[in-house]
Design a protein around this ligand. Structure first.
Ligand code: WTA
Length: 643
């Protein structure tokens, strides 16, 4: 086994030369490299084999034979030395309310307590549990409690509709739902339990819902099915056993399912497993941010997305970090809120999204001027390409030119950061995610899957060697995992992203090359939105494309064929928007709806999206070759009606 000095060296990288050495080693001896990293986590039993893989099936197994429970690396191992250190500092939606601090000891206790609640309510290892909750500490507690007993969590973001929740619950046959009466988001209240009630009409597998009190809006509590979180906690308190042994898990046992959008059909359940995910999220968090114990770290994501899973719930806790968790939104009650939180908790590392940065920029510099941001030492960005203007504003106005911007490129499927600078090590270049982290082997290919070598090139971004945090399957449908990610190019994982590599070998992600939109950093499949629009009773068909949006990055532009619409177009538009909100959720609402009499199709019936994208972008001067269209006249009408 690897020695301690070596482990220290690979976790703490102090110079660019050292990064290059470590990277070289990680590619030449990947198994030795990852075994060295894995040693720095807590295992019940070490693995027998580091890696077995092929990208054909695909079949990827890391740390086979290893036994662990991820919550022991997140919680138990810190108790003795650092039990009184803050694990989570929670800031409520309303700044007038009290913030809460949970030390590692307290978090451990609460996770054990709620794990016992889950057991009392019939939860067992391997069960699927759906979590639909506000950003309160109990969300993190629920996630970790599932992991504690070996149940597989499936967290659904609070902005999804009842229908989307029902689809996800059905797909994974969940038997328990954990939710809250409601959630506070800015000046809005979302009736979470009531949405769950609507979803459960379609979900016979659910036997129990556990409901946390947050907004105390009236809720329907159904006898035999619904119980209050607080009552259940009282029960375990009177049972008098506060501890809960951590279930022994196989390294390749499922840890969680997280649904994400692709270019076809319904969202798929990306599956992550216990051992590799733990090692990968912990390692990448420590490495990219060069996190040092004591630093206060603030990730503004929601635990409903992968960023919250990997870099609020799991990665930072494995490293004994102190995290700020925020319930509200950056603009409530005023656009200075994020900066006030930084000031209040003396945040050192701020990790946020370009869409948030652009939105806050739009309020002007005065909002930032009188805030004390001097505690900040490192900044991070995630979710979408960061444009240069936003990069420089973040750098100058927030980082005062002193904080490296860690632009982390990764995906739900990759589990953790893939291409990212290392803080204070990698020379930065605005709008570039820079270089692969150790252990990550990106390659660019052309449309035929041929590697594009050399620098100063563009191509489709693929990964040619497994990494511990990668997805293992899509829940209940392994073939879908193969066709989506491993069939476009032989023996490669295809990311769906386009990418350029500059003269120095630096990577810049240029955006999705498939039919996936990135709206405010949220992934939305155009096919999904089209299906939802087509559910509207007077819609015949539709086509959805993205267009550049100043704040959101991309907006949703829908071309809709709707011959029997109401005489007031605006009314029909509102109905369509409402239909999408009902079917998917508010996050997928179209920004623009253009009514058309037909869509531009080829003779074989394929919609020519290229033309629609140009129209949506407002660039109708050169639509390219339209000669293969069935009815070229349709294009003139679409051009004239562009919004
Ligand atoms: C995009 C979010 C450019 C990309 C962690 C990817 C980015 C998709 C970046 C995954 C970045 C994420 N620069 N683009 N730093 N980070 N993306 O699954 O298109 O919600 O494929 O994971 O977001 O979105 P997901």
């Amino acid at each position: 086994m690897t020695n301690l000095r070596y482990q220290f060296k690979i976790m703490k990288i102090t110079s660019f030369d050292q990064y290059k050495q470590v990277y070289k080693h990680s590619v030449e001896q990947p198994e030795e490299f990852w075994a060295g990293i894995a040693e720095t986590f807590q295992w019940k039993k070490k693995w027998d084999k580091v890696l077995e893989w092929n990208f054909k099936e695909p079949n990827v197994k890391w740390f086979q034979g290893g036994k662990l429970n991820i919550t022991e690396s997140c919680l138990d191992r810190h108790l003795e030395k650092d039990g009184d250190r803050a694990a989570i500092i929670w800031e409520p939606n309303d700044p007038k309310d009290e913030h809460r601090v949970l030390t590692y000891k307290q978090l451990h206790e609460k996770v054990c307590q709620f794990a016992n609640v889950l057991k009392n309510n019939g939860a067992k290892k391997g069960d699927r549990i759906c979590i639909y909750m506000p950003m309160v500490p109990e969300l993190a507690i629920a996630v970790l409690a599932c992991a504690r007993i070996g149940a597989i969590h499936s967290v659904v973001f609070g902005g999804f509709s009842a229908q989307s929740i029902a689809d996800r619950i059905q797909d994974a046959s969940c038997n328990i739902v954990i939710t809250a009466d409601g959630s506070f988001r800015g000046n809005k209240e979302v009736p979470l339990k009531s949405i769950i009630d609507d979803a459960l009409v379609q979900c016979p597998t659910v036997e129990r819902t556990i409901v946390l009190t947050r907004t105390r809006t009236p809720v329907a509590m159904i006898k035999g099915r619904d119980v209050w979180w607080e009552d259940e906690i009282k029960k375990v308190e009177t049972q008098g056993n506060p501890s809960c042994p951590a279930e022994e898990m196989d390294a390749e046992d499922m840890l969680f399912i997280l649904y994400t959008s692709g270019s076809t059909g319904k969202p798929k359940g990306v599956v992550h497993t216990c051992g590799g995910y733990m090692v990968y999220t912990g390692y990448t968090f420590k490495t990219a941010f060069q996190y040092e114990p004591g630093e206060v770290y603030f990730c503004t994501a929601d635990i409903g997305w992968i960023t919250g899973h990997s870099y609020i719930a799991y990665g930072p806790l494995t490293q004994g970090a102190t995290s700020v968790m925020f319930e509200g939104i950056p603009t409530y009650p005023s656009p200075g809120r994020l900066w006030e939180i930084v000031e209040k908790f003396k945040v050192n590392i701020l990790y946020t999204a370009p869409t948030a940065i652009r939105s806050l920029m739009s309020f002007g510099d005065d909002v930032v001027k009188n805030k004390d941001l001097s505690s900040l030492t490192k900044l991070g960005s995630v979710g979408e390409p960061i444009n240069e203007e936003a990069w420089h504003w973040f750098d100058e106005k927030i980082g005062h030119g002193n904080c490296p911007i860690i632009d982390t490129w990764w995906q739900t499927e990759t589990g953790g950061f893939m291409i990212s600078p290392i803080a204070n090590v990698t020379p930065l270049k605005p709008s570039f995610a820079t270089l692969p982290l150790p252990g990550v082997q990106p390659i660019l290919v052309d449309e035929y899957g041929k590697e594009i070598e050399g620098n100063g090139v563009n191509g489709n971004l693929c990964i040619k060697f497994p990494w511990p945090g990668m997805l293992r399957t899509t829940y209940g449908d392994h073939e879908r995992c193969r066709t989506t990610y491993f069939s476009a190019y032989e023996n490669l994982y295809f990311t769906g992203d386009g990418c350029m590599r500059d003269e120095n070998g630096y990577y810049r992600i240029t955006g999705r090359v498939d039919d996936v939109l990135n709206v405010s950093g949220h992934r939305i499949g155009t096919a999904e939105v089209e299906n939802a629009i087509n559910m509207h009773s007077s819609v015949v068909e539709s086509a959805v494309v993205g267009y550049p949006h100043d704040i959101k990055g991309q907006g949703v532009y829908a071309f809709v064929v709707c011959p029997n619409k109401h005489e007031d177009d605006e009314l029909t538009r509102k109905d369509i928007v409402m239909t999408v909100a009902r079917i998917i959720g508010a996050i997928a609402k179209p920004d623009k709806i253009q009514f058309v009499s037909g869509l531009p199709k080829t003779r074989s019936g394929k919609i020519m999206r290229r033309i629609l994208r140009k129209v949506a972008e407002g660039d109708t001067s050169n639509l390219g070759d339209t000669s293969t269209l069935l009815d070229p006249a349709v294009v003139d009408e679409i051009k004239t009606g562009a919004l």
